[in-house]
Each structure stands twice: as C-alpha cells, then as structure tokens.
Design a binder for this molecule. Structure first.
Ligand code: NAP
Length: 318
C-alpha cells in the first residue's frame, strides 16, 4: 500500500498523512536529497521549522519534484513552525512569510507554535542567552494563537496547531480559541507514551504527531536517565520486529500509525528513508501494542531544562 494513502482527518477537514519526513538536524547540503528520496519513496508529509535553518533547500527539493511531475502541491502536506522569538502578535505573520518565501510556497498545510515559551528577539539568535540564561518573554501563547488564527483567515495556512503543549496549556488555549488547534506535535515513543495527553487530545479531536519516534538516536544525550540508543536496541522492540520480519525502526513507527498518530522520523540516509516508509504492509497485534506501551518510563529526549522555571514550561506534568 502506498504510504500516501494512509492519513488522518483533522478537525478542520484537511487530511494529514500519518508518515512524514523529519528535517531537524538534516543539514543544508543533504536535506534536499533526503526530501527528494522521501517524495520518491511515497512520503507526502514533510515536517520542517524556521529554526531548522534549512527551509530553502527543503523548498527547492519540493519544487523540483513538483516540476518533474512526481507529485502535485495539493498532494503534499508541508509543515513549518513559528519559532519562540516571534511570539509577539506583530511578528507572527512576518515569520510565516519568511518560511513561505524560503520554501517557495504560497501556503502551508500546517503551521505550529513550536513551543509555548517565547524568547526575546535578538538579531541572528535562535536561543538568545545571557549569563547562561535564555532571554525569555512573558508573551502569552494565547495571544500568539489569535495571530495564528488570522493566518487561516487570510488563506496563508490550511491548518494551525501547537507543539510541546501539555494538557493544561491545551485547556487554556481551547477556552479562548476561535479555531481549535488541529494538531499537537509532541515527543512520543514507547519510552514516553504520555497516556493522559493522548487521551485528552483524542477527546478534543486534536490530532497528535509523534516527534523523535526512534528516540532520536545519535543525538547528544540531553537526559541521563537512559541511553538514547536504547530504544532501537530494546529487547522487546527487537523481539516484536523479528516476529513480524520487520526492523525495530519499522515497529516503532507502526506503533504510532496504528493508533492514528502521525509520525515524522528524520533520516538523511536513503535506505533508511525507504525502510521507514515500509510500515503499511504489516499489522502489530494487540499484545504487541500493549508490550510497547508497557515500556513507558517517562523518558524525554527533548527536555529544554534551561526553561524549566518559566510559567509556560510544558514538561512538569509527567
Ligand atoms: N516539535 C518539536 O519540538 C520537535 C522536536 C524534535 C524533533 N521534531 C521533529 O521530529 C523529527 C524526528 O525527530 P528526531 O530527529 O529528534 O529523531 P528520530 O526521528 O527519532 O531519529 C532520527 C535519528 O535516527 C536515525 N534513523 C532514522 N531512521 C533509522 C532507521 N531506520 N534505523 C536506524 N536509525 C535511523 C537518523 O539517522 P540518519 O539521519 O543519519 O539516517 C537520525 O540520527 C525531527 O527531525 C523534527 O522534524 C520536532
């Protein structure tokens, strides 16, 4: 089955493919090739962000695939994210326009508030730091959301959503939102299953996208509670993979799509990009899903502990 045939309906009526290509840490010089290989392999969802600093190359690769007739713009689902330095109302639209211009697109399928905490604007700095502290602001993400809604009104984005929001932040947002967030993109994998958040989002028809679905192997260790390489080598994951004659990565990705959760593995390696797409030709059994869920240890790759004293720091809840 083609990967593009498996998508989920968002609350605003658009469809989001359940498999997307992650592009964080995909360096300029290689990210374009990764996007091309992904589109050739059937991916129709590309996850990006202003802060990944590679949108121009992503956009060029997308444009080339459209020009070659491999795919149409309408069949693609392109995501970007509003970075923390642009939370002020007047900065939201200019920030989107920067991403659209880099991507050479006239609209995005989904635009997310990347993180609930805002940072001060310091020219050229994604993480403005002074004396070891990130220069944060108190701008309320609820106000940022009103500007995000304006982008939908203007037809510049089809859907809007959030990323790294916890349940209380979603509740606060829902209490004022004219447009319900379509998606919450959060870290999810068998070591961080977040059952309350998954249930809450389902109850509000907010779709989830799982980032770092492989546990972000190869990433510098940001958390000393587990080795980030463990997830792909976990004996339970390996046993399930052997049973289905699939790779551990394919099991970890199938774990999400089978639960109607989108997932966006990052790779710049053509063989892995292809491997990660081959997840629609097998089915995990209920007992497999239960075994994977039982691996939960509330272990996060992405903690951003530098921000933990901020009122909008989202990771205090388990
Ligand atoms: N919203 C947010 O705050 C947020 C935060 C983190 C990530 N994200 C998004 O989620 C995407 C994925 O997360 P991530 O990059 O942290 O981690 P990930 O997708 O869990 O892991 C990526 C790593 O796994 C390797 N890999 C990929 N496929 C593999 C396979 N089949 N077998 C073995 N290794 C494999 C990649 O190596 P190679 O590239 O060398 O092949 C890369 O080192 C990001 O790229 C980004 O788009 C969003």
């Amino acid at each position: 089955m083609a990967v593009s045939s498996t998508s989920r309906l968002l609350n605003g009526g658009a469809r989001m493919p359940l498999l997307g290509l992650g592009t964080w840490k995909s360096e300029p010089g290689v990210v374009g090739k990764a996007v091309s290989v992904a589109i050739d392999s059937g991916y129709r969802h590309i996850d990006g962000a202003y802060s990944y600093m590679n949108e121009a190359e992503v956009g060029a690769a997308v444009k080339k695939k459209i020009a070659e007739g491999v795919v149409t713009r309408e069949n693609l689902f392109i995501v970007s994210k509003l970075w923390c330095t642009f939370h002020a109302l007047e900065d939201v639209k200019p920030s989107l326009m920067k991403s659209l211009s880099a991507l050479q697109l006239t609209y995005l399928d989904l635009y997310l508030i990347h993180f609930p905490v805002g940072f001060q604007k310091v020219p050229g700095e994604l993480f403005p730091v002074q004396e070891g502290k990130v220069l944060v602001t108190d701008i309320d993400y609820v106000d940022t959301w009103r500007a995000m809604e304006g982008l939908v009104d203007e037809g510049l984005v089809k859907s809007i959503g959030v990323s790294n929001f916890n349940i209380s932040q979603l509740k606060r947002l829902l209490s004022i939102a004219r447009i319900t967030p379509a998606v919450n993109q959060v870290e999810l994998h068998p070591y961080l299953t977040q059952p309350e958040l998954v249930e809450f989002c389902a109850s509000k028809d907010i779709a989830l996208t799982a980032f770092s679905p492989l546990g972000s192997p190869g990433r510098a260790l940001l958390n000393d509670s587990a080795d980030p390489k463990d997830l792909l080598k976990d004996p339970v994951v390996k046993t399930i993979a052997e049973k289905h004659k699939k790779s551990p990565a394919q099991v970890l990705l199938r774990f999400h799509v089978q639960r109607n959760i989108a997932t966006i593995p990052k790779s710049v390696t053509p063989a892995r990009i292809q491997e990660n797409a081959e997840i629609f030709d097998f089915e995990l059994m209920d007992e497999d899903l239960q075994s994977l869920l039982a691996l939960n240890r509330n272990w996060r790759v992405c903690q951003l502990t530098l921000l933990q004293d901020h009122q909008f720091y989202p990771f205090k809840d388990p």
